[in-house]
Design a protein around this ligand. Structure first.
Ligand code: PLP
Length: 451
């Protein structure tokens, strides 16, 4: 279709997410029409290296033949039925696969509840956690503990446990009860501590909050190891393990939101594995289908599942479900994606790329305007600051992150910043050559900043 008409219709009819539409209308948008491997092609025929995995979902590249075929083959059988009172083959097989995968990787959560995006996976986790206590006759628990700078999605429950002022502040009057603990954000520690000398002082703060509110705390919900949307905040070692111990000590649940970190991004299949921690509930989405179809999973342990078992009149049923719960196309695609993980040893092969990323980040860290570089596995963030010494940020209206990203686009690299943090999260199958190019372009664009 004609590019001019598409742009006209886009501007006339689409309200874009996380976008000030006034600015959008003044700009010329990029229309993608094709994807191959780690690249995206726009309507003018220009190819871009996908530096953020099409919003952190792509793992094995665009147009993977095995996944294309799985989708086509499932379409020829059944596109959708329902899990409300019925089953379908791909969702059954995938549930077993995910339960096995979690268990093999030290996270023995074997009961799978499907939904269709990261936010719903979190809503479900929160509702299950809340009702878990009710079903056991334990009253008074109505509050979650979460972290500052947390991001768990955009539905109201998920926003209630979010901590990114810019996104969440305005909705405060609508939100559920939650208490925020300091984020383990070492570069900008709100306690003015320095790691490792601090011996995880932020965990002590977390303990104080839990101890003071034990009676009413349902669960602690966190993004293990990397708070991605908060600005690629990489946790110091030991925080997650310490948090699990606190939850055990005070008998509260631990919800791990691995929507962004799951499926190999951190260098292990699940981020929790790094510290040998098993949460009570895990939320998964994004990478599960390689970005082909919307799908999410909330997996729980047997202890939680069993609290929902009873006679009808006991009212222990989990009354929750979505029209697309367990959609067969999405599940078939996820199965094909997981097969590639096994066949190609995707996670095992990451080490040299993680090392390359680490070395290049060390170079980038030396540049003017680079305040901090953070990395966990194949996730990285470069925090741009006005003043390296005192960590002063550029004013918001300068949109410095966007300036860097827009200049990278000229060089055929597609990125999306989080404020002034340049996010690096390419598909896991990116070649070392392309990874190097991605980082060189970012480096060049930071050097090119003109202040
Ligand atoms: N949880 C985390 C950790 C996320 O990073 C995101 C999205 O970025 C979500 C939840 C929400 O996922 P979705 O955008 O699919 O609703």
């Amino acid at each position: 279709m004609n590019k001019t008409i598409l742009i006209e219709w886009d501007k006339k009819y689409i309200w874009h997410p996380f976008t000030q539409m006034k600015n959008w209308l003044d700009d010329e948008p990029t229309i993608f029409i094709e994807g191959r491997d780690c690249f995206l092609k726009d309507i003018d025929g220009k190819w871009y290296l996908d530096g953020v995995s099409s919003l952190w979902v792509n793992i094995h590249g665009h147009r993977r033949q095995e996944i294309d075929e799985a989708l086509k083959s499932q379409i020829d059988k059944l596109a959708h039925s329902t899990l409300l009172g019925a089953c379908n083959e791909p969702s059954i097989v995938l549930a077993k696969k995910i339960a096995d995968l979690l268990t093999e990787n030290g996270v023995p959560l074997t009961k799978i509840f499907y939904s269709d995006n990261g936010s719903t996976a979190v809503e479900i986790a929160m509702k299950i956690a809340y009702q878990y206590w009710i079903n056991q006759g334990i009253k008074g628990k109505d509050t979650f503990v979460s972290l500052k700078e947390a991001y768990h999605g955009d539905t109201i429950g998920a926003v209630s446990v979010g901590g990114v002022e810019l996104f969440h502040e305005v909705y405060k009057p609508l939100l559920n009860k939650s208490i925020q603990a300091p984020a383990p954000y070492c570069y900008r520690c709100e306690l003015n501590h320095t790691y490792p000398a601090c011996e995880l002082g932020c965990l002590n703060e977390m303990e104080k909050i839990i101890a003071q509110n034990q009676e009413k705390v349902i669960a602690v919900i966190v993004e293990p190891l990397v708070q991605c949307a908060g600005g690629i905040i990489v946790w110091p070692e030991g925080y997650l393990k310490g948090l699990r111990e606190l939850c055990n000590k005070y008998n509260i649940l631990l919800i791990a939101d691995e929507v962004a970190t799951g499926f190999g991004r951190t260098g292990k299949m699940f981020a929790c594995e790094h510290e040998k921690v098993s949460p009570d509930i895990i939320c998964l989405s994004k990478g599960i289908t390689n970005g082909y179809m919307p799908l999410a999973i909330t997996a729980v342990n047997e202890k939680i599942f069993n609290a929902f078992i009873g006679e009808l009149e006991e009212k222990k049923t989990f009354y929750h479900g979505h029209s697309y719960t367990g959609n067969p196309l999405a599940c078939a695609v996820a199965l094909a994606n997981l097969e590639i993980f096994e066949k190609e040893k995707t996670v095992e092969k990451l080490l040299p790329k993680i090392e390359l990323l680490k070395n290049k980040l060390l170079e980038i860290a030396q540049l003017p305007y680079v305040g901090d570089v953070r990395q966990k596995g194949m996730i990285a963030g470069v925090e741009i600051v006005k003043d390296k010494k005192n960590k002063e940020s550029f004013p918001y209206f300068e949109q410095t992150g966007w300036k860097i990203v827009k200049s990278a686009r000229k060089y055929g690299v597609w990125l999306r910043p989080l404020g002034d943090v340049i996010v690096i999260m390419p598909p896991l199958v990116i070649s070392e050559e392309n990874l190097e190019r991605l980082l060189e372009v970012i480096k060049g664009c930071i050097i090119g900043l003109n202040y």
